[in-house]
Unconditional design. Structure first.
Length: 144
């Protein structure tokens, strides 16, 4: 899938770079979004700077229990809502619209998308049983 769910395990909620960096997150976000021309790296839409989001990309080593920051995406608010599917549900977002949008971007049927969501939630449940060690990598390198 081009546009995927990025379900963060419950055991590592709020252990993100934004919270880790505090006020420096805004500097990092603006720098990277600007470098990427305020263009969504998933759907290709270009928007005003304040309407673009910086999304953290993580890898998960299930054997060593390490959640590692591996990069960032500059994405629009719609693609960001789909990445954070569970949060979008809790916030009462229009899931019918988000489903249709995801199906269009991924060129899949609603049935295929719902199957994918079910598999993603199974993975989330499994990963939410693990106490993750968070590895932010070389964050200072992004400020140079």
């Amino acid at each position: 899938m081009k546009l995927e769910l990025h379900l963060i395990p419950q055991t590592s909620y709020y252990m993100n770079l934004r919270n880790h960096l505090g006020n420096r997150w805004g500097i990092l976000s603006k720098k990277i979004r600007s470098e990427r021309n305020y263009t969504c790296e998933i759907c290709g839409k270009q928007k005003e700077p304040q309407k673009m989001h910086l999304h953290e990309l993580w890898s998960f080593d299930d054997n060593l229990c390490i959640q590692k920051l591996i990069g960032f995406e500059c994405i629009c608010s719609i693609c960001h809502s789909i990445h954070h599917w569970g949060l979008s549900q809790l916030q009462g977002k229009n899931m019918i619209f988000l489903t249709k949008y995801a199906c269009d971007i991924n060129d899949c049927t609603e049935y295929e998308w719902k199957q994918y969501i079910g598999e993603a939630w199974q993975e989330w449940n499994r990963r939410s049983e693990i106490k993750w060690r968070i590895d932010f990598g070389d964050i200072e390198g992004y400020f140079k």
